[in-house]
Design a protein around this ligand. Sequence first.
Ligand code: CTP
Ligand code: CA
Length: 228
Amino acid sequence: LIAELAPKVLVGQHVLITAGPTFEAIDPVRGITNRSSGKMGFAIARAAREAGAQVTLVAGPVALPTPRGVQRVDVVSAQNMHDAVMESAQNAHIFIATAAVADWRPATAAEHKIKKDGSGVVPQMTFVENPDILAEVAHGARAQAGELFCVGFAAESQDLLANAQAKRARKGVPLLVGNIGPATFGQDDNALLLVDDEAAIELPRASKRMLAQQLVAEIARRVSGWSA
Ligand code: CTP
Ligand code: CA
């Protein structure tokens, strides 16, 4: 699809997207993160923009250029991402959570670099759970009132359909998109499984750009006439 000819199915819509991993600091030079290149989320941001939407892209640490016309907010940790999303969600119409958010963060981040002391004793780490950004937005007032359509993603290593259906219910979202394995991290193509309250449909293997355009069309179709 040539961008200029893309149907402007999202004119007047504000689309909020999370993309990439989050990074949770252990100390000033170390942290834990998730595997995500951000490519799928960035492709969706581009496709939504080309479909006429106003697009806010909240991005964890990734090495990708900002799609033209997209407002990008760079964040590091899950907590940062949560705060940026909660602010933009107040006036968004569609929320698409593609980010690989770290589920846990170290309970405390050391102020200075943790040093080996030569004794062979390893540091002990305790974790606390990060906020579930998607679940919080999807259970929020605007989503419940039918003013904000929420889309979740799921990367599963097994039983994609069953896990995606369960995750859709748990997150409280009308549409859950599964990555059809094997691991697609960093690759330029993918295949998707779209699970809603009626069916599971497959978008067969294609470039992330093409899949993003198809997904945007599927979301636009559901948003017109959607109400929680
Ligand atoms: N998500 C989120 N905030 C989190 C964790 C996940 O917004 N703290 C979003 C992701 O962006 C994705 C969806 O929730 O759209 C599903 O993420 P996933 O990691 O697959 O689900 P979890 O509920 O974290 O369950 P688990 O990792 O145990 O499978
Ligand atoms: Ca998770």
